[in-house]
Design a protein around this ligand. Sequence first.
Ligand SMILES: C[S@@+](CC[C@H](N)C(=O)[O-])C[C@H]1O[C@@H](n2cnc3c(N)ncnc32)[C@H](O)[C@@H]1O
Length: 336
Amino acid sequence: MLRRLPSKNKPDDRKKRTIIGADLPETEIFRGDLLIQSLSGFPRSIGCMYYYDDTGSALFERLCKEDSYYLFRAEQEILAQYAKSVANITGPASIVELGSGNAQKTTLLINAYVENHGPTSYAAIDVNRSILEKAAENLLSMTPDLNFTGIIGVYQTGLEQAATITGPKLLVCLGASMGNMYDDELHDLLRSVRSLFAPGDYFLVGIDLDKNSDVLEAAYNNQSAILTNLCVLQHLNWRFDGNFNVFQFRHVAFHNKSLCRMEAHLEAMQAQSVKLKKLDFSFCLEEGEMIRTEIMRKVNVHTFNEIVMKHGLNPVHHWTDYERRYAICLYKIVDG
Ligand SMILES: C[S@@+](CC[C@H](N)C(=O)[O-])C[C@H]1O[C@@H](n2cnc3c(N)ncnc32)[C@H](O)[C@@H]1O
């Protein structure tokens, strides 16, 4: 059962700030059984949510400032230019965000809703508790006409919580996060959106468009990207009392053109035996063996629309940045 906790923050913020799921055990968010399954598969993999402990979230913020990581700036440019258009199309709505992080770019959207429609509610879903606290602080200091709800948890449980919010809703997923999902995860999420949200609700999704391998590989091979990737192992060591020797791994990120995605891996530079004590799980890695840590889909709008439309969401409009590197697509949930 999820409990609502009052904020410890400034007294006038309290009425506007709710955190849901603060008593949810982290073992229900970062599930050991799922990790064992993915580390036992071929190829071995680690879910990308393991990027986002406090160190990883800080490194992601640093990555967003890297010159070669164009995604953040391109999405910000689109929101700065078109957030009001989104607000005009949808009319008043509560905003719900999947994987909000620090919600820096979302501020542009929230401000457009406040300006166009008056006081607005915003619910941010994220696995990282402290990033939600940070998002609340930033947003409430900048936008007083906002009701903030932080929902700690994975997308699916977060969506179930958010679906109980009454009235029209705009669901948002920025940072190309839907591109990190494997096919089954993407379809499961879209199925949930369709079944939990109402006809007439909207879904706004940021997608990274397919492009030249050099540009893509530069975005995921800078210093922050390398550190972020390696930190996944430190996260696992800390959370599950593991013994990954981080210094014996190498970051590998490449454009897999045939699957239209970038892939990030960690390659073992020597054979090693790994144990995650809290999970009572061990396995052996051979020299040169890779663990896949993330996929990042690179699509065009038409292909992405086809995937989304299979789940009863109709494309309404999309916007791109000036250089057409990135798109933000708006969908509407249809009847029936
Ligand atoms: C790529 S970052 C994007 C952050 C922000 N939306 C942006 O555009 O800058 C992904 C965010 O989603 C969160 N996240 C990753 N996997 C998640 C999951 N399965 N459920 C909920 N949140 C998740 C991470 O903690 C992180 O803050």
